[in-house]
Design a protein around this ligand. Structure first.
Ligand code: GLU
Length: 453
């Protein structure tokens, strides 16, 4: 059967057997489409029915999470863990707590995670989990109650050699702490079953910084190929969570000027560069909105969501040389991509998972803007999680510098792998194709080695 017919059939099958999962269709369509050159070259993937197998999670766990708020009222949320693929290592991937989380969200993230984790060169399989719980406006006690209830179900399914969750949107050090405490209470075991732990109790130095730092290292590697660098470049960054904050920090270290950040209510623009200290204080200590940042920084302008271009995001309409989408999926649309082109942006480097819409991506490719796909550019977070697992297994703790050097090398290798693979398939610099083929090939070859399981 020709590969294009097979891809069509598999995508059709996904739609039929998993209705209403748009983000999952988007992620699978992007990956499968880009595999054409590999599938045409080597028939073994179709002979072994790898496509049919790789798009179905090995296991999907959906559970009720019942918890009691400070006023004594009972609430119910849905919890998910999608254990997508364990061919090259134990399941690994974050947990997302956000009101928009659905099964389709967790499946798209878990699917992406398979290839991202393979690209790190480390032995980790792909998974993702989360809940439609909204942490915003909840007290510390309510967050703890929710995390304890969530883990009371999840602990049956995870383990240091089986499945090792971590953070994602809405799940940071505080939540990992409450989840870990409950796991330990239920099992009586102190082990590395979660990553992103506190530094006093098994966490890795530089884990918090890793996704943002890694994203910047990746961008620098890419620009270097074209004899360019980040030095002196104006960089538009979206988001104001962990990824965005440490992207901004590393950009300053590289001599770039990060001119923006954003949250769900608005965007900050500061031509001279974001005040990182103020941003950390607002987001990491006060957990407040960027409206508050605007009140302490008189040199910035604040653009509320109501003033955004229709169907777009204000961040991408600012003058910039490099764009770092570091907030969430589908945050960079076609009109945004057109504005970036108009303003002379030369590289879009995805810090978030799937932040670029398919039509925007097509426009970016057609117009020769360099593009780093998230599954390669933001892999520094999960790679450092694996370094945390290594440290836990040997009861060691490495210095910040040691972890950072390893992270830098891993990002360089991911870049090289994606870039070399794009060359191998005659599309030099097309890192979407390069990253997807390289990640897929590693997992698919291993699946074939392990037989029809
Ligand atoms: N949530 C992060 C990601 O999207 C990190 C996952 C992990 O550390 O396991 O890759």
């Amino acid at each position: 059967m020709p590969s294009s017919k097979k891809i069509e059939d598999v995508l059709k099958y996904i739609r039929e057997c998993s209705p209403g999962q748009d983000e999952f269709y988007q992620a699978t369509a992007e990956v499968l489409d880009s595999l054409r050159p590999l599938l045409n070259e080597d028939p073994k993937y179709l002979e072994h029915n790898v496509l049919d197998r790789i798009v179905v999670p090995e296991r999907t766990i959906i559970f009720r999470v019942t918890w009691v708020d400070d006023a004594g009222k009972v609430h119910v949320n849905v919890g998910y863990r999608v254990q997508f693929n364990s061919t090259i290592g134990p399941y690994k991937g974050g947990l997302r707590f956000h009101p928009t989380v659905s099964l389709g969200t967790v499946k798209f993230l878990g699917f992406e995670q398979i290839f991202k984790n393979a690209l790190t060169g480390l032995q980790i399989g792909g998974a993702k989990g989360g809940s439609n719980f909204n942490p915003k406006g909840k007290s510390d006690n309510e967050i703890m109650k929710f995390c304890q209830a969530f883990m009371t179900e999840l602990y049956h399914h995870i383990g240091k050699h089986k499945d090792v969750p971590a953070g994602d949107i809405g799940v940071g050090a505080r939540e990992i702490g409450y989840l870990f405490g409950q796991y330990k209470r239920l099992t009586g075991e102190f082990d590395g079953v979660l990553t992103g732990k506190g530094l006093n109790w098994g966490g890795s130095k530089a884990r918090k910084e890793a996704t943002g730092y890694g994203s910047v290292y990746f961008a620098e590697n890419f620009l270097n190929v074209y004899d360019k660098s980040l030095k002196g470049k104006r960089c538009a960054v979206s988001g104001s969570g962990n990824v965005a904050i440490y992207t901004i920090e590393k950009l300053y270290e590289m001599g770039a000027i990060p001119v923006s950040c954003s949250d769900s209510k608005g965007t900050i623009y500061r031509e001279k560069g974001i005040d990182l200290k103020a941003l950390k204080a607002i987001k990491e200590i006060h957990h407040a909105s960027l409206e508050e940042y605007a009140t302490v920084d008189c040199e910035c302008s604040y653009i509320p969501v109501s003033k955004y271009p229709e169907g777009g995001h204000a961040v991408w309409h600012l003058p910039c040389d490099v764009a770092f989408p570091s907030a969430t999926q589908n945050e960079l649309t076609l009109i945004d991509a057109k504005a970036l082109k108009e303003n002379g942006c030369i590289l879009i480097n995805e810090g978030a998972n799937m932040p670029t819409t398919p039509d925007a991506l097509e426009f970016i490719k057609e117009n020769g803007i360099l593009f780093s796909p998230g599954k390669a550019a933001n892999a520094g977070g999960v790679a450092t999680s694996q370094l945390e697992m290594s440290q836990n297994a040997s009861m060691a703790q490495w210095s910040f510098e040691e972890v950072d050097i390893k992270l830098r090398t891993i990002m360089q290798n991911i870049f090289k792998t994606a870039y070399e693979t794009s060359k191998e398939f005659d599309c030099e610099g097309d890192l979407v194709t390069g990253a997807n083929i390289a990640g897929f090939r590693k997992v698919a070859d291993s699946m074939i080695d392990q037989g029809a399981v």
